[in-house]
Design a protein around this ligand. Structure first.
Ligand SMILES: [Zn+2]
Length: 113
């Protein structure tokens, strides 16, 4: 399962970060883009499996879903396209630069000390 390896590597990163900041990691915030290929529910489930037996066994995972955002290379217009049509609504240029929607990132940790 794709999401399980993601959850495991998140735990590794978090343990590295929290080693520098003694305390209990209460919650973790992540951003998941709609084009990242990661399913938020599957990630939540994988997180619950992956955190078992670690120092993060009681840490909450907060997932923020990031919508797709593109920029038209012809006119500079930015918009959130429909999945069926990525055309720039202003000038109808078909190829758009993706600005947001592909990310999968750890945003912050909340640590009680
Ligand atoms: Zn345009």
């Amino acid at each position: 399962m794709h999401e399980l390896s993601i959850a495991l590597s998140m735990i590794e990163q978090i343990e590295e970060q929290s080693a520098k900041h003694p305390g209990t990691v209460r919650s973790v915030q992540v951003k998941v883009g709609v084009l990242s290929g990661v399913d938020a529910e599957a990630l939540r489930f994988a997180w619950e499996l992956a955190r078992e037996g670690t120092d993060l066994a009681a840490t909450l995972l907060e997932i923020e879903s990031v919508p797709l955002l593109v920029r038209c290379p012809a006119c500079g217009n930015t918009h959130t396209p429909d999945i069926q049509s990525i055309l720039c609504p202003r000038c109808i240029t078909p190829e758009q630069d993706i600005l947001a929607g592909r990310e999968l990132m750890l945003v912050s940790l909340e640590i009680d000390s």
